[in-house]
Design a protein around this ligand. Sequence first.
Ligand code: V1P
Ligand code: CA
Ligand code: ZN
Length: 453
Amino acid sequence: MSSGLRVSYFHSESVGGFYYGRGHPMKPPRLSLTHALVKAYGLDRQMEVYSLRRATVEEALLFHTPEYVSFLAELDGIDLGSPPRTLPPATGLVLAPRDPYSARLARCFPPLGLPMASTSRSPRPSSLSHGRQAGHGHQGCLTPQVSQQSAEDLAAAKKALEESMRRHNLGHDDVPVFDGVLDFSLLSSGGSIDGAARLNAGVCDVAINWSGGLHHAKKQAASGFCYMNDIVLAILELLKFNPRVLYIDIDVHHGDGVEEAFYETDRVMTVSFHMYGEGFFPGTGAREDIGEGEGKQHAINVPLRAGIDDRSYAYIFKPVIAAIIESYQPTAIVLQCGADSLGCDRLGCFNLTIGQHADCLAFVKSFGIPLLVLGGGGYTVPNVARLWTVETATVLDVELTNDVIPYTEHFDLFGPSFKLIPDTHAGIANLNTRTYLDKMKSDILQQLKTIPF
Ligand code: V1P
Ligand code: CA
Ligand code: ZN
């Protein structure tokens, strides 16, 4: 171990094989690319590597509603029993009997404004050879059982399905119902919960789960590519042993799901740095949103303008985080490392380099507080793998030189530069003036002073 820090890292190959559908920016194979690069640099030999365990349904229900989790299971063709209890931990998901409310029925009626990503309609990306094997037995739509039903029964079933989809914000472009959606969410959540549990047990200093960080999912609804909020579940696990948990979110989007979950408690302080304005998703995270009730002053929002560069980001990030840690005295920290705050991200509009993003992680780590490091957004796939590899090395205190990356089966995707740290400057003007950042900084320091610690 190079840093002397005990690092637990969570990954399973299966998580890279999920597919959101054609044209969707969220590409789980980025997780396989990341792990391949981590291994190619030999970083896996310097930490404890664990397979992702599926969170149990019982664990998921610590935040999500039974109705929502059951519906996700139903769409995935999994029978949870009624009421939902637990799934077997790693294998052996039970397939539901054919059922007119299932995903199979939904796939029979794609023209009703419920676009579905399914293996049958959407080809897998050919450049990434991690396509999930056809699973869950979704072979045909019109089973004998369904075809015998009356037209009225089918219409009613369709209406009920549409209603549930609407209620849980599922099935549109951002959050399509793809094959294995529950499985994917449980795997991502299991890694984050287990990372938190290992920190609680004091058996590691830093835990890493790049497949976590899905910060938009709500109690009973999917949102912004996120179905289950692994971060909230991990923080709930940390709260079993920690009086105060600090959540820091450097994804370009506002960490709305996590903020909302802990908006009324002082046991968790949430801090999100994000692009704000010009209709940027999700539209929340105004500076004025500071928490409510017991949680008043415990939500900190740092709304930024487009084009922020390394210097400006460090200028606001470092003093704000130092002041928060100094006054809140967290006993554990969760850092969401969304890679869409890098320059040249397909969805983002910031201008950070890999070096600065990783410096934020190094800065947080330098406080020596038990740390859970999670993934999040990131839509220029090779840069996501580069960043999270560099950040794994940062946690381990390993310096990687900026040469051509070592050969992996995904090597071709890293062109044209093939370097570990390419130029990610997007040329977007930095609209964050010094005056704007100074005002924000003094506002936040003022906010911290009003908290009776
Ligand atoms: O902008 C929107 C909604 C859809 N419009 C009606 C408003 N959605 C965004 C969602 C971004 C989610 C980010 C997730 C994360 O924070 C954590 C994993 O990174 C969106 C965008 C965009 N440019 O912001 N959806 C899509 N693009 C999209 C594009 C193609 C296909 C499907 C979704
Ligand atoms: Ca953020
Ligand atoms: Zn994002």
